[in-house]
Design a protein around this ligand. Structure first.
Ligand code: GRF
Length: 184
């Protein structure tokens, strides 16, 4: 099974996926919409080919998504794992990879969808937040939930310490759930 990871940030989840010894698929492509993102150095380190594009250079979302789909078909990709790809997936990509696109989000969805989920939860003063792996649909963090893991907010937490704990949970949960899906 060949998969693509879509990431535009630091790539710590990409790294966690790559470091799983018994991963049941080949990550054969990294798709990145931010030229210069640090995830690209990680891809190079792991020898994963990249497709980097600048959305501003395309007339529309469907234009760049067509190009992304073309690259993925060339590489024979059948699954997409979003890991810090900060864009809404459009119909072009959704229809080409129906039920084959998953995402990791740092909250217990449906709570705190969208950007800065950790900051949102911290500011709301909840005593419990967490991590969700879910299928992608046309909404923002609204697709069917595959797995969730809760993370307690301690009274001494800063946003930064909470973020660290949530990311540790992400790095364990995502590769595990990917393997579970690859077995289905
Ligand atoms: C993660 O917190 C993930 O849940 C969210 O974006 C962040 C990506 O972080 N969707 P990283 O680039 O994997 O470190």
């Amino acid at each position: 099974i060949r998969a693509a990871v879509f990431a535009s940030g630091s790539g710590s989840n990409f790294q966690a996926i790559m470091e799983k010894n018994d991963l049941l698929c080949d990550v054969s492509l990294l798709v990145c919409d931010k030229p210069g993102a640090s995830v690209l150095e990680k891809a190079e380190r792991f020898g994963v080919p990249t497709f980097v594009f600048d959305p501003k250079k395309y007339a529309s979302k469907s234009d760049y998504e067509k190009e992304v789909v073309r690259r993925m078909q060339q590489a024979d990709i059948s699954w997409i794992f979003l890991a810090g790809y900060m864009r809404i997936v459009g119909p072009t990509l959704l229809h080409a990879y129906e039920n084959k696109i998953i995402n990791i989000h740092p909250s217990l969805l449906p709570d705190f969808p969208g950007k800065d989920a950790i900051g949102q939860a911290y500011k709301a003063g909840v005593s419990n937040t967490g991590v969700t792996v879910h299928y992608i649909d046309e909404g923002i963090d609204t697709g069917p939930v595959i797995a969730q893991k809760s993370v307690e907010v301690f009274s001494g937490d800063t946003e930064e310490t909470l973020k660290e704990r949530i990311q540790q949970v992400e790095h364990r949960l995502y590769p595990k759930i990917i393997n579970r899906l690859m077995k289905e």
